[in-house]
Ligand binder design. Structure first.
Ligand code: G4F
Length: 334
């Protein structure tokens, strides 16, 4: 007899991580449900996923969604995830990114009381929580010193996840993920902003790229590798918290150089520094140590820094060429 398929629920299902995770889970035979915010467009939709509408700032339909879909695993990836934007809308960020997590944890707890279902919960915690770092590399034991409203909200959500584990015995895990990128990354994040602009410059669609702090250092991995770690975390016997990182750090300037060099362009001819992209308080250096994840469930990153740049540049070059073709076919009307 065939075993019934496992059911997973992903919040932020049409985001970069949500779409890679949905593909991974569908490939493993899961039935996948995804939450998307009411106003969000059809970014990164994956065929085969059942999408539902919901809002982290509301939460009134979360229990009904659990009742209707009966997931075994819930991956909470949705958030107001842009660090710089969080300085402009701090209260909204705290509500969505911080309280939004608590709304899901409470829905899962109430659902268990009603049904007996023990839904496994994954919280998308962030290396931004380390902020002004007190040691390098950062591990699960490194103290947090958040440097933005976004990071403060993520620290709240991190501890709330642990509190639900300890107080109510929920199977709840924090994945402390360092920056992870891909061709599906939003265009306002620095890596994608760079690869997208460099490709457009290459084909003549753009001349300049405005950036902020080039000296910030990040531990950049490939999003496709990182969603596998999320799944592995929820397959363990005990819930726990894990750092997911490559162990390498590079500056924004290095990412810029690698991108422009790969297209035979000199970034210095195109990049302008623009104060509006500087943050009131910055995270200068992130480099993670993912030894615990490696030792616990064998996770290691497959895509390195140079390959990540190459993958993103190739995808954005295709996009830029297509954009150019459309502009040539449809001349601007006056
Ligand atoms: O690409 P970023 O905006 O990513 P950031 O702030 O590190 O946050 C990302 O990674 C976190 C994981 O550590 C996630 F939790 C979070 O949700 C998000 O996905 O900026 C990276 C660095 C910063 O130091 C920033 O100051 O790039 C610098 N930067 C320089 N010029 C810029 C720009 N960042 C952006 N977004 N745009 C610029 O023009």
């Amino acid at each position: 007899m065939n075993r019934p398929a496992r059911v997973a629920f992903i919040t932020g299902a049409t985001g970069q991580d949500g779409s890679y995770l949905a593909e991974l889970l569908l490939g493993k035979g899961y039935v996948v449900h995804g939450l998307v915010a009411g106003g969000s467009g059809p970014t990164n939709r994956v065929a085969g996923v059942h999408y539902h509408t919901g809002d982290l700032a509301d939460g009134t339909n979360f229990e009904a969604l659990l009742w209707d879909t009966r997931p075994a695993e819930l991956y909470h990836l949705a958030a107001q995830s842009h660090v710089q934007l969080s300085f402009e809308i701090p209260v909204y960020t705290a509500d969505v990114t911080g309280l939004g997590t608590l709304r899901w944890l409470e829905a899962i707890r109430n659902h268990r009381d009603r049904t007996g279902d023990n839904i496994r919960f994954y919280q998308a915690s962030s290396s931004e929580m380390f902020g002004k770092v007190s040691e390098t590399p950062q591990t699960e034991l490194t103290p947090f010193h958040p440097r933005s409203p976004y990071a403060c909200a993520k620290v709240f959500a991190y501890w709330q996840t642990i509190n639900h584990r300890e107080a109510y015995n929920l199977f709840a895990c924090n994945g402390i993920l360092f920056n992870h990128e891909s061709p599906r990354r939003g265009e306002t994040f620095v890596t994608r902003k760079i690869t997208r602009a460099a490709a457009r410059i290459k084909v003549g669609l753009q001349q300049t790229l405005k950036l902020g702090n080039l000296e910030a250092r990040r531990d950049w991995g490939f999003a496709g590798d990182y969603v596998e770690a999320m799944w592995l975390m929820l397959q363990q016997d005990q819930p726990d918290d894990f750092v997911i990182a490559t162990g390498e750090t590079h500056s924004v300037r290095e990412f810029l150089e690698a991108t422009f060099n790969s297209l035979n362009l000199d970034w210095q001819n195109h990049v302008e520094l623009d104060q509006q992209f500087l943050r009131p308080s910055e995270v200068d250096l992130l480099r993670g140590d993912a030894s615990k994840a490696r030792e616990s469930f064998g996770w290691t990153p497959k895509v390195g820094f140079r390959d990540l740049v190459r993958i993103m540049v190739e995808a954005d070059l295709l996009l830029a060429r297509r954009e150019l073709q459309i502009q040539t076919l449809v001349p601007e009307t006056v």
